[in-house]
Ligand binder design. Structure first.
Ligand code: FO1
Length: 335
């Protein structure tokens, strides 16, 4: 059998809700079993004795159609009996764990303690949720995003959920990333010549994508891979669609624009998709030697998620190849 028959054709890097939305679109725009999604693990933490992997779960719940689409995290039709009982006992309830969601964390914790890897556990959960795409953590080792603020360092969930992203971010570090072994499946996929594209989902570059890139060797493999690397802008009309991306850009000394994101990724991306509202930035991004596609990037329903996914796939199979890495070669799009 052809060895590439089972290897992924598209690799997506995802963190948080924006990433999961595009990943869902991709599962409808291509054969889902040919999609591999790398999940951020920098947000993972142990809470109430349980191993929580928020970004892996957001992917899992979104791709299985079970997520709470209003909140963007957790499960739909959730009940909160345990949290209510915990509150009455004076327990910690700032991080809300629904009753059904708790089953995920209980089972993950139990399996991790029995020595099963996070990759195996996530694959097993995906199977239980009927997900055909492959969701894998960037590493089986622990990586913790540390948020540096003028008042000292904070853990990610303290910053994000407990403090509602209010503290000023003066820097970020990814504890354990330099020692963490990258997931072998990720490296194998990046080195596979049959890989058609790498997609950087419209996630927060500092909080969601950087912890993936920080894992030993990932950024280098991304730079070296033969497939075009296409990023989708998380900035629309000069604003972040959701979350603290705009605030983070400002605090970390970047302009709030699609160009700033493209510039931040410029060492490893070949193509960049900007929203129609940011069409004016296309020329300056092209000057960075990055191919640009202007498209609607607002994923308000399943149709727009699939349309954006289709745009990403078309762009990567055509104009992504007209970029710095490919322009000397024959391009299917012409010069
Ligand atoms: N986000 C919140 O804003 N408040 C919560 O109480 C909360 C609980 C929660 C529980 C499980 C889970 O998987 C995710 C949860 N999130 C919550 C979301 C999550 O912490 C962040 O959105 C991500 O880490 C950022 O991508």
């Amino acid at each position: 059998m052809n060895p590439s028959a089972h290897s992924p054709s598209i690799l997506a890097l995802s963190g948080g809700i924006g990433g999961a939305k595009l990943a869902l679109g991709l599962t409808h725009a291509m054969p889902p079993e040919k999609l591999m999604i790398i999940g951020n693990i920098g947000d993972d933490f142990v809470h109430l004795g349980l191993n929580i992997s928020p970004d892996l779960d957001t992917l899992m719940y979104t791709l299985s159609g079970k997520s709470d689409s209003d909140k963007g995290w957790g499960l739909a039709n959730e009940s909160w009996t345990v949290m209510q009982a915990l509150e009455k006992m004076g327990g910690e309830t700032w991080f809300k764990l629904g009753d059904m969601d708790l089953a995920t964390h209980l089972e993950r914790t139990h399996r991790l303690r029995a020595g099963v890897s996070l990759t195996e556990i996530t694959s097993y959960f995906c199977q239980q949720f009927g997900i055909e795409a492959r969701i894998i953590p960037v590493s089986n080792d622990r990586v913790h995003t540390i948020v540096e603020t003028p008042d000292g360092d904070m853990t990610f969930q303290d910053y994000f959920v407990r403090e509602r992203c209010k503290p000023t971010v003066s820097g970020l570090s990814f504890q354990g990333a330099d020692k963490a072994l990258p997931n072998p499946e990720l490296i194998e996929t990046l080195q596979n010549q049959s890989l058609q594209a790498v997609v950087i989902c419209p996630s927060n570059p500092f909080l969601s994508i950087d912890p993936i890139l920080a894992v030993r060797g990932v950024r280098e493999e991304l730079r070296a891979c033969s497939a075009p690397v296409i990023a989708v802008s998380p900035i629309v009309g000069g604003n972040a669609v959701k979350g603290p991306t705009k605030k983070n850009l400002r605090e970390l000394g970047h302009p709030v624009s699609a160009t700033a994101i493209a510039n931040y990724y410029r060492d490893f991306i070949d193509g960049f998709i900007v929203d129609i509202q940011d069409e004016a930035t296309a020329q300056e991004i092209q000057k960075l030697d990055i191919a640009v596609k202007v498209s609607n990037t607002m994923m308000t329903d399943l149709t727009t998620k699939i349309e954006l996914a289709q745009t990403v796939l078309n762009f990567s199979s055509c104009c992504g190849k007209c970029t710095k890495r490919f322009k000397e070669k024959d391009s299917p799009c012409g010069p």
